[in-house]
Ligand binder design. Structure first.
Ligand SMILES: Nc1ncnc2c1ncn2[C@@H]1O[C@H](COP(=O)(O)OP(=O)(O)OP(=O)(O)O)[C@@H](O)[C@H]1O
Ligand SMILES: [Mg+2]
Length: 371
């Protein structure tokens, strides 16, 4: 089995007056694992259904390999599909469910027996061929669905929240199994999820969707460290947001006011809508919990900002401290430190110095994510 490239070009999908997907273009490389990640209603399923052929675009083009498949029927696309609900045929045994796509393709009996055996072994269910779907757990049913989607060796596998119905532990186990299988087989996968951790774990690239658009596409590390908008910054990982006042720019970077007497310099450029930077302009600053640290009040040096500890939470591998910036309302900052660095010294009510890594602060103009 070898993956094929999937090309989606300027896709628009309208249902009456509702625009479900708009201006979406993406090239998925052969053998790539791409996730479509976004909140409910952002157009993920609609886009996947058009690639599968169950739905037709209002405008635009879909190619698999070098073939234009925009208006080709689903069963002629050679694409495997796994849905959120297991969607096994309830009256057929596990073996017959997996054999179904091969029978449809008029493959001979001996080959069917061998390929079903291989597919079930691949998902570690070789001993379950005679069972009926109702005699399987949710995770086992989803493995059968995966075997059925892969048994005819499609170059492209589409999955729509395939693990959504499973509990967290099983979900994490199957994430690794699917990823391992995908890499071994070299199949191209387009995977829909609204779970950012799942997308980060499994994907080569993630396309973040909002309101029918792809708002950013990149590797998990790119999206995490270089979010293009507050929406992406907020959707992937934990992010602290502060509305700040722009004061001016110097050699050291952009000067921003965080609280009455507290200013910071920020070395990154301002993302988001093009605006003229003039003193007094309101910007959004965003910073990850692991890019903030604490020191005892008075020991943080000239760039520290005064704060007070609200809550300290121990989480085994790391520790979260919720800290209020003095002289400023709003939610406390989340600060994450490794548990080995002993911050147990900090307790609720302690006066502290907050230290921001200047090159880790993102500045955004405008509040929303769609630009
Ligand atoms: N058949 C339809 N008729 C009208 N509107 C539709 C239809 N299918 C989807 N929509 C609308 O299109 C938009 C995108 O829906 P879609 O199912 O693609 O979202 P999604 O990202 O998969 O969401 P979820 O995470 O909840 O599954 C939504 O506003 C939805 O209401
Ligand atoms: Mg959906």
């Amino acid at each position: 089995m070898k993956g094929e490239r999937v090309t989606v070009r300027e896709i628009l999908k309208r249902y009456g007056s509702v625009t479900a997907v708009e201006d979406v273009s993406v090239d998925v490389e052969a053998g790539e694992f791409l996730s479509l990640l976004g909140p409910s209603g952002s157009g993920k399923t609609t886009l996947l259904m058009m690639i599968a052929g169950f739905d037709l675009p209002t405008a635009g083009l879909i190619e698999i390999g070098a073939r234009d498949l925009t208006y080709v029927a689903p069963n002629k696309r050679n694409v495997g599909m796994v849905f959120q609900k297991y969607a096994l045929f309830p009256h057929m045994s596990v073996h017959d469910n997996v054999a179904f796509p091969l029978r449809m393709r008029k493959i001979d009996r001996a080959q069917i027996a061998r390929r079903v055996g291989d597919a079930l072994a691949m998902v570690q269910l070789d001993a379950y061929g005679d069972r009926m779907p109702t005699q399987l757990s949710g995770g086992q049913q989803q493995r059968v669905a995966l075997a059925r989607a892969l048994v005819f060796e499609p170059p492209v596998l589409l999955m729509d929240e395939p693990l959504g119905a499973l509990d967290k532990k099983l979900r994490e186990q199957l994430q690794i199994e699917i990823k391992t299988l995908q890499q071994r087989l070299g199949v191209t996968v387009i995977y829909v999820t609204h779970d950012q951790e799942e997308a980060l774990t499994m994907s080569d690239r993630i396309a973040v969707m909002n309101d029918g658009h792809i708002v950013q596409i990149g590797s998990p590390a790119d999206l995490y460290s270089e979010p293009a908008s507050p929406f992406v910054a907020d959707f992937i990982g934990k992010m602290n947001f502060l509305s700040v006042e722009y004061l001016g720019s110097e050699k050291a970077g952009h000067q921003i006011r965080v609280a009455d007497a507290s200013t910071l310099s920020v070395t990154r450029s301002v993302n988001g809508r093009a605006v003229e930077l003039s003193p007094g302009l309101s910007l959004q600053a965003a910073i990850r919990p692991e890019n903030i640290s604490l020191a005892a009040r008075g020991s943080g040096g000239p760039h520290a900002i005064a704060g007070t500890v609200d809550t300290s939470i121990y989480l085994g591998t790391h520790q979260i401290l919720l800290v209020n910036i003095d002289g400023r309302n709003g939610p406390p900052l989340h600060i994450q430190t490794s548990a080995s660095r002993d911050l147990s010294a900090f307790a609720r009510g302690d006066a502290v110095d907050i230290l921001f890594q200047a090159d880790s602060i993102h500045l955004f103009s405008g509040k929303d994510g769609v630009q």
